[in-house]
Design a binder for this molecule. Sequence first.
Ligand SMILES: *Cc1c(COP(=O)(O)O)cnc(C)c1O
Length: 360
Amino acid sequence: MTRVFNFSAGPAMLPEPVLEQARDEMLDWNGTGMSVMEMSHRGKAFMSIAEAAERDLRVLMGIPDDYKVLFLQGGASAQFAMVPMNLLRGRTRVDYVNTGAWSGKAIAEARRFADVNVVATGEDSGFNAIPAFESWQRTDDAAYLHYTPNETIGGVEFHWIPDTGDVPLVADMSSTILSRPVDVSRYGVIYAGAQKNIGPAGLTIAIVREDLIGEVVPSTPTMFDYKTHAESGSMYNTPPTYGWYLAGLVFKWLLGMGGLEAMAGINRRKAEKLYAAIDGSDFYTNPVNPACRSWMNVPFTLANPDLDGEFLKEAAALGLTTLKGHRSVGGMRASIYNAMPEAGVSALVDFMADFEQRKG
Ligand SMILES: *Cc1c(COP(=O)(O)O)cnc(C)c1O
């Protein structure tokens, strides 16, 4: 069996040692005689798995004690609704930064609950740049400010944290969480679907400052109230147990790699290598302003789009898969999350040079 370098934006690659451990433990977790999938979520065995995962995530990210870590379902998309439902707390106005496709979806959902002020939009730049903080038109009494630190489709990433003072800062970190250290204390809420940089699809993690929990908009369903999950250790109902377990294995793997500081070094190297290959050629182009290029998702186009099909086919034959760009952007996209080895980026860069030489 050969494993490919899978450049999918999500669900994405998982670290091989994690998959191997999951395989070894598949039929019998730690002498229990059963798979983690078959365990009661309230039993001692699974409780120990759940607690270890939370503990390790807290260590990795340096999550302060006054933050709850919630293991949820519904994806980042459900958080688009849960954020306003939980954070409005009697207010009506909310601030959103629009830097691309995922911001747009978060904004559309928030409009169902609140008066949304778009403080800034990257539209003028074709969403290829982040509007300067000085230009943001913020609301004085905003219940919170929401932004998307990494736009997975456009490949645009904040390399700084907005300073919103007393206004709680909310971040959809789906495609950048765990890629580098982050000062959690700057945030009111951080949330992420797991399938990019945490584990398998089906698990969503929300890190919520405790004082923001407890006052939801009227008629909020029980399952959409952060308090429900905060008070029950994310076990109000059956949580996504297997995803939780795999996420825990990923956290252990990250700790073994040296933590997020070490991952940031690796991720920076991978991104720089790929952008250098793109910028150094007349054949490949990345449209994003270099100051806000994503470390995780690198879109690029070929000078001749008629060659896209051939590029993808040849790449796949070499075990470089899922490079097709999002339908809204076209061209290619290489997603290079934590689990993409440096060797995968090297192989891609070598193939790109070779393809250009033959066809460019
Ligand atoms: C993938 C993604 C989403 C959607 O996540 P789901 O878990 O599928 O709901 C939202 N925001 C960002 C930034 C993403 O990358």
